[in-house]
Design a protein around this ligand. Structure first.
Ligand code: IYR
Length: 221
């Protein structure tokens, strides 16, 4: 196979001062992001969602395979079905499958098996990781799939926040029902379920604190 040609890359740089301002303001902006679990029943244009997905798809990936599929669900009947199936699993999880320790760790978030946001949020992004590809009837590997898709979701969450929207990184467990509901092929596995929209009016969020720099960084100079 011919090697991809290389092209010149013009890196955008900033003065030291500008870099300081930009890095600080980006941190401040990202630090305003909060996960919400209650959404407004308010439309968001499909074009905005498409831009968010294209931003996510700029993520670096193993061998540049971009091993993700983003299912964008706005259809009310499909959202309802996803809610029903998710609640079925979550009910089982909350009433026995999750450990005491896990339930104790979740208590401050006040989550439970009910997931009305799966119907109320205007869009659900169902992220699938692609374990392998089929090229000309032959199986081709993808690499670092977990890492690649995780990074893409991080960029997606930043893009959602940048658009002035809210998201929830939701993980119904197990979530293989999403494969069936969305008729996904054999090489795809559900990764995350991300409702996107406006937060509900007067939404409340847990009073969480983020770790300090000292707690998350170890410097070696
Ligand atoms: N999947 C469940 C439980 C849950 C687990 C973790 I870890 C959270 O941070 C939040 C919830 C649910 O979505 O309710």
């Amino acid at each position: 196979m011919a090697k991809d040609p290389f092209v010149a890359y013009a890196q955008k740089t900033y003065s030291g001062e500008e870099m300081l301002v930009r890095s600080k303001s980006f941190y401040a902006f990202m630090n305003e992001r909060r996960t919400v679990r209650e959404f407004a029943d308010r439309a968001v244009s499909k074009e905005v969602m498409e831009n968010i997905l294209m931003a996510a798809s700029t993520a670096p990936s193993g061998a540049h395979k971009q091993p993700w599929t983003f299912c964008l669900v706005g259809n009310a009947a499909i959202k309802k079905q996803i809610r029903m199936e998710a609640e079925k699993e979550e009910f089982e999880s909350y009433s026995g499958r999750m450990s005491e320790e896990w339930l104790e760790d979740l208590a401050p978030l006040q989550t439970d098996w009910k997931k009305p946001f799966l119907e109320i949020a205007p869009w659900l992004i169902v992220v699938f990781k692609r374990a392998f590809e089929e090229v000309n009837g032959k199986k081709r590997q993808n690499y670092y799939v977990q890492e690649s898709v995780g990074i893409a979701c991080g960029i997606m969450i930043a893009a959602i926040h940048n658009a002035g929207l809210c998201a929830l990184t939701h993980t119904p467990s197990p979530m293989n029902f999403l494969t069936k509901v969305l008729s996904r092929p054999d090489n795809e596995r559900p990764f995350l379920l991300i409702p996107v929209g406006y937060a509900a009016a007067n939404v409340m969020v847990p009073d969480l604190k983020r770790k300090s720099l000292k707690e998350v960084m170890v410097a070696y100079e």
